[in-house]
Write a protein that binds this ligand. Structure first.
Ligand SMILES: Nc1ncnc2c1ncn2[C@@H]1O[C@H](COP(=O)(O)OP(=O)(O)O)[C@@H](O)[C@H]1O
Ligand SMILES: [Mg+2]
Length: 404
């Protein structure tokens, strides 16, 4: 205790600013070194190859039919190891296009929305950090892309964990004006949204990365409000406005919100057609969510008085990091279900070391190899991810009035 205090005092003699600067530089160097070992420059991020059973399930066909299609089209990017066929994500995408071409299908395998079906914008929020927002967003975006939808994932958190998960290091790979801030800023440096969107290693999935620059929006907005003139797009409408520029290219947008109720989050909420609130079923988390809900309601009322309009399809709570063997967690889930009823998704996201270990190397369950884990650990996590996201996919299809 004493020695720590003395040491701290010594270092602080140089000033807090200097100490923080120095430690920030140290940490940045170490993080970069860590990043170099986890992701050497030539490392390729990507979805692992998928087994015939998985692909058949993703496509909604039998394995027999899949085998037939694959053998009729030897040019498809299938991989054979030890006589076993597996499929790259690119191959899955090619098969979708093939099945939907000609008389074989009609938006059944590439289930893009029609002109009568609105772009779905799902905002993932809650102001508690660590309640699974980023993990949920990443898995939802990847799942929907694997199911053939055209997806845009937006990182709205200045901490940019979603970007890191998708292989874009916020300090190294994301330059000035390359986050959503570039498309929603108030000055003349504002850029078209299409210039900011990046493609990813998954066909059909694009991302808008984030970094600290997003904070500027929180600083600029009060100033913009002071000197606004008629016809200015107010803060809450700015994300919706930039999304409308690129809407035609996508079926679903998923937004990972920062853990606070600032102008960015309010703008995302106004752009949303659906709201997903992630909640870890523990007392402190639920108490914090209670405050979050009350504040959100107040703010929504405030901005609607200033002309914000929205068109919400659904709002759901997703239980995250759930441990079925934990008594208090079960009680908390029962409590939430008794209050919120069908607003709580049926399937919780189970806590799994497969998810947290994958996160350590900035990967999702669709990216890590199954043999890195015991089989049941991996399969249980994957099943949970599929159940949760299948339920959300059904909500999206219901919003389009399609059959589940
Ligand atoms: N289902 C899960 N099982 C195990 N760990 C999880 C799960 N979901 C999230 N985590 C871990 O919890 C931490 C916080 O999750 P994250 O998605 O970053 O939350 P948030 O974005 O709300 O701050 C991360 O380390 C993540 O790997
Ligand atoms: Mg996060």
């Amino acid at each position: 205790m004493i020695s720590t205090a003395a040491q701290t005092d010594d270092e602080l003699a140089g000033g807090l600013k200097e100490l923080i600067q120095q430690q920030s530089a140290l940490l940045a160097a170490q993080l970069q070194a860590h990043h170099q070992t986890t992701f050497p420059p030539n490392a390729q991020k990507g979805i692992r190859n998928l087994s015939p059973a998985e692909v058949a399930k993703l496509l909604g066909v039998t394995e027999g039919y899949l085998r037939q299609v694959a053998s009729e089209s030897p040019e498809l990017g299938t991989v054979s190891a030890g006589g076993r066929r597996s499929y790259s994500v690119e191959a899955v995408h090619e098969i979708r296009a093939l099945l939907d071409s000609g008389a074989r299908g009609n938006r059944r395998y590439l289930p893009w929305r029609s002109k009568d079906e609105d772009l779905q914008v799902i905002t993932v929020m809650n102001f508690k950090g660590g309640c699974g927002k980023t993990t949920t967003t990443a898995h939802l975006a990847q799942y929907l892309a694997l199911r053939g939808y055209r997806v845009l994932a937006i990182d709205l958190d200045p901490q940019a964990s979603l970007s890191a998960l998708f292989g874009h290091q916020p300090e190294l790979d994301v330059g000035p004006n390359e986050t959503l801030y570039g498309a929603i800023r108030y000055d003349e440096r504002r850029r078209p949204m299409a210039e900011i969107v990046r493609s990813t290693y998954i066909p059909g999935l694009h991302i808008v990365p984030g970094n600290l620059e997003l904070m500027e929006f929180e600083h600029d907005t009060p100033k913009a409000l002071m000197k606004r003139t008629a016809g200015d797009t107010l803060f809450f409408a700015r994300i919706g406005q930039s999304l409308s520029e690129v809407a035609a290219a996508y079926d679903v947008v998923v937004i990972d919100c920062p853990p606070q109720l600032g102008f960015l989050t309010m703008s995302a909420l106004t752009a949303a057609t659906s709201v997903l609130i992630t909640v870890h079923p523990q007392m402190l988390d639920v108490m914090s969510m209670n405050q979050f809900l009350a504040m959100t309601a107040d703010l929504l009322e405030e901005i609607s008085r200033h002309g914000a309009t929205s068109n919400y399809r659904w709002m759901k709570y997703l239980i995250t990091r759930f441990e079925p063997s934990d008594g208090p967690q079960n009680q908390m889930v029962a409590f939430l279900r008794s209050i919120f009823g069908s607003h709580v998704l049926n399937h919780p996201m189970l806590k799994s070391t497969a998810i947290s270990d994958a996160g350590l190397t900035n990967q999702t369950i669709f990216e890590v190899e199954r043999n890195q884990f015991t089989r049941t650990t991996y399969d249980r996590a994957l099943e949970s991810v599929e159940n949760v996201n299948g339920e959300i996919e059904a909500l999206i299809r219901k919003a389009w009035r399609r059959a589940a």
